[in-house]
Design a protein around this ligand. Structure first.
Ligand code: NAD
Length: 525
C-alpha cells in the first residue's frame, strides 16, 4: 500500500461532533498506530473520502479519494511486482502468508476493534472475523505445498500428458462493508500462494480496517525482502471499483457485494474476457420440520437471523416451518427476540449492534411496511432503537414477520434483520419455497428425520451453494469452498479447490520417444 505520512492534526474535532465520535476517532487512530499503519491525508484542495462510524453516524476523519488514475497506477505497480513474485517458489510465498497469519494473531484485538468501529460488529463477531483471516492464512500455507496438477496416461507410447498450474497475474479484489477484512484475506492469502499480485478496493464504508490489514501484509512482504507492490490498496468508491473492473491487466476480478453491483460488473469483465468471481447477495432460508429439535433450532435461528444485525450475506431471512409446529416455533423465537440486547457493539453483553447507516434503517422500515401491506404480521421487534449518546446511529430491534405467502419483499434481500416466517405442509412444498427466490447462497434444514435431511441435500433439494443440516445458514468455516448460485453469482472462495480460480491451467504433452505418433491415430504423410 502507498501512504503519505500524516501531516495534519487528525485528532482535531469538528465543532458539532458528539463526544462518542471523538472517542471513536482516538480509538481508531491508536489501533492503527499499533498496527503500524500510516493514515494518508487528502490534499488541502481535495474532496476527501469520509470515514463514518456506524456507532455514531458521524465522520471520524477524511482520507484521500482514489479514482481511475490511482487505480491505473496501483494496477501498474502490481503488474510489475507480479513479474518477480510469480517466480518465487510457492512454499516460499507461503512463508509470507504464514507471517501475515502471525501478525494477525498478534494484532487480533487491534484489527477487531477497527472492524467494530467501522462495520458495527459486536466484539466477539469482530474477533471471529479476524480469526477467519488467521484460519485462511493457515489453510493457504498448507496449500502452498499442494497446488499442482495431475498426470494422465497418454495414448501415445513414450509420451507424458500432464497439467501444470501457473499464476494468473493481477487479481482485483472488491469487497463489501459487512466482512470488511475477511473477504480480502480469503482472496489474498490464496492468491499470494498461487503467485498472483492483488489490488484491493475495499468498501468505502470500511477504509480504516483495510488500511490496518494492508499494513500487516506490507510488513510481512518487506520483512521477507519481497516487493510491497504485490499488495496494493486503493481507497475509493464505485468509480475506483469500475476502473479496476475495466482494466485489462486485471486477470481476475473477485467482487463481493450486492446483486446490483454484480450485474454491473459481470458484463464489463465478460466483454474483455477476464475472469470473474462473484460473491453477491443471499436470501437464505431454513426449513423447520416436525421432528426438529426445537431448542437447538431456536438457538441456531436466532444467531443466523439476528446476529451481525442481519448484515451477513448468509443471514437467515426466511423461515419455512411445518404447519404442525409453526405456532410453537414463532412463540419461542418471539420470546428470544424480546430479550435481545441491542446497543453499543463494544459493550459486554450486546448481541445486536447498529445497522451500517441510516439508509439501511430506511430500507428495513420500508420493507416492513411493504410486508405488512402484503398481509404480513410483525410478531416481534421491528422498532427503531435510540441509544443514548448515539443520535446519528441506526439501531433497530430485529424483526420477525409472519407472511401469508412469499411475496416480492420476501424474495428480495433487505440487508437488515428481518426474518419472514412462511408455513408448509409437505417437504416438497418447503423445498420449492426455499428455492423460489432469485438468490442461491445458503440454506438449512432442522430435522431429526434422515430421509428429510438427505432429500434436502440431494439434487432434488436445496439449490444453494451452502446447504446445512441442524445448524443455521451463517457461520461457515474456511475449509469448504464458499459461495452461491443463481443471482448470488456462482463464485467459490476460500477453502477446498477454490484456489484453481486464481491460477491458469496448461496441458502439457512431452514426447520422450524417437517417434512422432499423432493422437487419434491420425496419419499425416
Ligand atoms: P455494495 O454492492 O454496495 O458494494 C460492494 C463493493 O462494490 C464496494 O466496494 C463498492 O464500492 C463496490 N461497487 C459498487 N458498485 C460497483 C461497480 N459498478 N463497479 C465496481 N465496484 C462497485 O455492497 P455492500 O452494501 O457493501 O455489501 C452488502 C452486500 O454484499 C449484500 O448484498 C451482501 O449479501 C453482499 N455480500 C455477499 C457476500 C458473499 O460472499 N456472497 C459476502 C459479503 C457481502
Amino acid at each position: 500500500m502507498t501512504s503519505t505520512t500524516q501531516t495534519t492534526d487528525l485528532t482535531e474535532s469538528a465543532p458539532t461532533e458528539s463526544a462518542l465520535t471523538a472517542e471513536l476517532r482516538d480509538n481508531a487512530l491508536a489501533a492503527l498506530e499499533r498496527l503500524g499503519a500510516q493514515v494518508p491525508v487528502p490534499d488541502a484542495d481535495e474532496q476527501g473520502l469520509p470515514v463514518v462510524s456506524p456507532l455514531s453516524g458521524e465522520t471520524l476523519l477524511t482520507l484521500p479519494r482514489a479514482g481511475a488514475a490511482e487505480v491505473d497506477a496501483a494496477v501498474g505497480r502490481a503488474a510489475e511486482a507480479f513479474t518477480t513474485w510469480r517466480s518465487v517458489p510457492a512454499p516460499v510465498r507461503g512463508q509470507v502468508v504464514k507471517r501475515l497469519g502471525e501478525l494477525l494473531t498478534e494484532h487480533k484485538a487491534d484489527l477487531a476493534q477497527l472492524v467494530t468501529l467501522e462495520a458495527g460488529k459486536i466484539t466477539s463477531e469482530a474477533l471471529g472475523e479476524v480469526q477467519e483471516m488467521i484460519d485462511i492464512c493457515d489453510f493457504a500455507v498448507g496449500l502452498s505445498r499442494q497446488v499442482g496438477g495431475r498426470t494422465m496416461p497418454s495414448e501415445r507410447p513414450g509420451h507424458r500428458l500432464m497439467e501444470t498450474w501457473h499464476p494468473l497475474g493481477v487479481v482485483g479484489v472488491i469487497s463489501a462493508f459487512n466482512f470488511p477484512v475477511a473477504v480480502w484475506s480469503w482472496n489474498t492469502a490464496v492468491a499470494l500462494v498461487c503467485g498472483d499480485a492483488v489490488v484491493w478496493k475495499p468498501s468505502e464504508k470500511t477504509l480504516l480496517s483495510a488500511i490496518g490489514s494492508a499494513a500487516l501484509l506490507d510488513r510481512a512482504l518487506t520483512e521477507a525482502g519481497f516487493p510491497a507492490g504485490v499488495s496494493q490498496l486503493v481507497l475509493g468508491e464505485r468509480e475506483a471499483g469500475e476502473a479496476l473492473v475495466a482494466d485489462p491487466r486485471v486477470a481476475l476480478v473477485s467482487a463481493t457485494g450486492s446483486e446490483r453491483m454484480g450485474a454491473q460488473v459481470a458484463p464489463v469483465v465478460a466483454a474483455r474476457m477476464g475472469r470473474l468471481l462473484l460473491e453477491l447477495g443471499g436470501n437464505n432460508a431454513a426449513i423447520v420440520a416436525p421432528s426438529a429439535d426445537l431448542d437447538l433450532a431456536t438457538r441456531g435461528i436466532v444467531f443466523s437471523a439476528a446476529g451481525t444485525a442481519g448484515q451477513r450475506c448468509t443471514t437467515m431471512r426466511r423461515l419455512i416451518v411445518h404447519e404442525s409446529v409453526v405456532d410453537d416455533v414463532v412463540a419461542r423465537l418471539a420470546r428470544a427476540y424480546e430479550g435481545l440486547p441491542v446497543g453499543d457493539p463494544r459493550a459486554e453483553g450486546t448481541l445486536v449492534g447498529p445497522l451500517v447507516d441510516a439508509g439501511a434503517r430506511e430500507r428495513m422500515v420500508a420493507s416492513l411496511e411493504e410486508a405488512v401491506a402484503d398481509g404480513g404480521q410483525v410478531v416481534a421487534g421491528g422498532a427503531v432503537v435510540d441509544v443514548p449518546g448515539a443520535a446519528g446511529a441506526a439501531y433497530v430491534h430485529p424483526a420477525i414477520v409472519r407472511m401469508p405467502a412469499q411475496t416480492d419483499v420476501v424474495r428480495r434481500e433487505t440487508f437488515a434483520p428481518i426474518l419472514y416466517v412462511l408455513t408448509y405442509s409437505t417437504l416438497d412444498e418447503a423445498i420449492a419455497l426455499q428455492n423460489d427466490v432469485p438468490q442461491g447462497l445458503s440454506s438449512s434444514i432442522f430435522t431429526m428425520d434422515v430421509r428429510e435431511a438427505e432429500t434436502f441435500l440431494s439434487e432434488a433439494g436445496s439449490d444453494c451453494g451452502i446447504a446445512n443440516v441442524n445448524i443455521g445458514t451463517s457461520g461457515a468455516e474456511i475449509g469448504g469452498a464458499f459461495g452461491g448460485e443463481k443471482s448470488t453469482g456462482g463464485g467459490r472462495e476460500s477453502g477446498s479447490d477454490a484456489w484453481k480460480q486464481y491460477m491458469r491451467r496448461a496441458t502439457n504433452t512431452v514426447n520422450y520417444s524417437t517417434e512422432l505418433p499423432l493422437a487419434q491415430g491420425v496419419n499425416f504423410g
